[in-house]
Design a protein. Structure first.
Length: 281
């Protein structure tokens, strides 16, 4: 299908996690021509970076093309720390601009595979067609490649970005994934041996309370977020926003709000309007 649609090999997106490791092995064993792509989020743990570098080195020695994509925003190179001041709000569970900018820009005009699985969704799967197209209309959800929503499908298409997507392990359970990894002796990210249940950006709001442990292990990332929040507040102040009423007195208070640590008087609350699908606070 990849060769038929685009005349190019299949692209295996590799985040450095266990699901990506399984997808890599399945595609390798299938014998189809493929490439590996890693989207550098700039907020991944050092172990993830080293793991990707080593695996890509080995894959290239076997003749597999490998690419590390660097994120761009408005035509310029960007990092998590420079993106936050530009967006003027921290990334949250509702406002996941970080995923869209740092992870989802690659793969245009290609057929991709991802490690999305229904088992990682809290909801149950509802009936939908095998192929799904995405639209710009407000209220129609754009599913990001890393989302593990129960509505994800085995095959998907994205007209906005001219992508076709295959999720080969979408119906695998956690047990299926780990059983395959152990039985086939697939090397995985060393973070799992350190007790991590998920591999992603340090400080990701989707990680919940695990973020406290992450920042304890990687304090440099906590300082980077606080510095980004400080720059964000300066931008907001220049635009005439009074953040003191919402409890954003300084970078430290923004960080506490972001971590959902303590409820401060007048603390900001971000809500999603059910009718307009717009964020307000």
């Amino acid at each position: 299908m990849s060769l038929g649609y685009y005349g190019k090999p299949l692209v295996v997106t590799d985040s450095g996690g266990k699901d990506s490791a399984v997808c890599r092995e399945l595609v390798r064993r299938s014998g189809v021509p493929y490439e590996l792509i890693h989207n550098l989020t700039t907020a991944d743990a050092p172990e993830t970076i080293y793991y990707i570098r080593e695996h890509f080195r080995q894959a290239e020695e076997e003749g597999v093309p490998c690419t590390i994509n660097y994120p761009f925003y408005k035509g310029k190179r960007v990092t998590m720390w420079s993106l936050i001041p530009q967006k003027k709000i921290p990334p949250t569970r509702l406002v996941r601009y970080c995923c869209e900018v740092l992870k989802e820009q690659s793969g245009t005009n290609r057929f991709l595979t991802t490690g999305v699985r229904w088992a990682e969704s809290k909801k149950r799967k509802e009936g939908r067609g095998i192929y799904e197209s995405f639209a710009r209309e407000r209220g129609k959800k754009i599913i990001l490649n890393n989302d593990n929503d129960d509505k994800r499908q085995l095959f998907e298409s994205c007209r906005l970005r001219s992508k076709h997507i295959c999720n080969p392990i979408i119906d695998w359970s956690d047990h299926d994934v780990w059983d395959y990894i152990r039985s086939e002796k697939i090397p995985v990210n060393p973070l799992y041996d350190m007790g991590f249940f998920r591999v992603g950006c340090i400080g990701c709001p989707m990680a919940g309370q695990s973020r406290y442990r992450e920042f304890a292990l990687y304090p440099t990332y906590e300082r980077a977020y606080k510095k980004a929040f400080e720059k964000m507040l300066l931008v907001r102040k220049m635009e005439g926003k009074d953040d003191s009423t919402g409890g954003w007195l300084d970078a430290e208070s923004v960080f506490k709000w972001w971590m959902e640590d303590n409820t401060m008087p007048g603390q900001y609350k971000m809500l999603l309007d059910d009718e307009t699908n717009e964020l307000y606070y």
